[in-house]
Design a protein around this ligand. Structure first.
Ligand code: MF3
Ligand code: CO
Length: 249
């Protein structure tokens, strides 16, 4: 198992990439309204990312055709932008990955379109809190399993499903590096965190059963019971006493 420790220069580039991801989320927010097509959001994001001197990491990744992964309601991850229009009451996860001078940033956020029902509100609120519960465990000398366990425990307390097949990951000169970071597991298990590791933590929680399937498009993953799912993700660097978010303000 090789988990890379990033140099100061690499962390500087990862910070720039992360910031472009953050700025892209902010740029898209005013467009997240009933009636907009997911293709329109994708084009806006691609142009914005390129205007910042970066490239969209997902476009062409294992043949993925677009810049953004946009996953609506029961879709968990990897939804492909299309002519589909957002509707009042949808929850929409937008996953943005960019590459700047060879280094990646990765962050997903779930947004409400208009008025959403209380189940979706609850799911979104507690999936976001689960991310921060996981982040609280990020510090040198803790273990990956501490992050995993904190997320799972928080989800269990709130009676939300934890998607098991999809995991967080290291981030660097590749979008997906070691280690895998499951959203469930035993405290104290797995590799030890060290200063300078860069990690994407990304709980994907469901209102109902966490079981998932892939659609015929070969990408979109959704819940089998078609209950809604939410996804919040930040890329962070491990520091001596904690972490710094690279994809935030
Ligand atoms: N953030 C997504 C992930 O970590 C990125 C997927 S890129 C895609 O899985 F091309 F696979 F969509
Ligand atoms: Co990711």
């Amino acid at each position: 198992m090789l988990i890379k420790i990033k140099s100061d220069r690499e962390i500087e580039l990862l910070k720039i990439a992360g910031n472009i991801v953050y700025l892209t989320h902010q740029y898209l927010k005013p467009y997240l309204k009933e009636g907009v097509t997911t293709n329109k959001l994708d084009t806006l994001a691609e142009n914005f990312i390129r205007s910042k001197g970066a490239t969209p990491s997902c476009k062409g990744y294992q043949g993925f055709p677009k810049t953004l992964c946009i996953s609506i309601n029961e879709e968990v991850v990897h939804g492909i932008p299309s002519n589909r229009k957002l509707r009042n009451g949808d929850i929409v996860s937008i996953d943005i990955c960019v590459c700047y001078k060879g280094y990646h940033g990765d962050s997903a956020w779930t947004y409400a379109i208009g008025d959403i029902d209380s189940d979706k509100q609850y799911l979104m609120e507690h999936t976001k809190k689960a991310l921060f519960k996981g982040l609280e465990q990020v510090k040198a000398n803790n273990h990956i399993g501490d992050i995993s366990h904190a997320i799972e425990e928080y989800a269990n307390i709130h009676h939300l499903g934890v998607v098991k097949e999809l995991v967080g990951h290291g981030v660097g000169s590749s979008l997906h590096e070691e280690p895998d970071i499951p959203n469930y597991g035993k405290a104290g298990s797995g590799p030890k965190l060290k200063e300078g590791m860069v990690l994407a933590i990304e709980p994907m929680l469901t209102w109902g059963s966490p079981d998932i399937c892939m659609l015929d498009d070969g990408w979109t993953i959704e819940t089998i019971d078609e209950s809604p799912s939410a996804h919040f993700e930040h890329t962070v660097v491990v520091t001596k006493d904690g972490y710094e978010i690279l994809t935030g303000e």
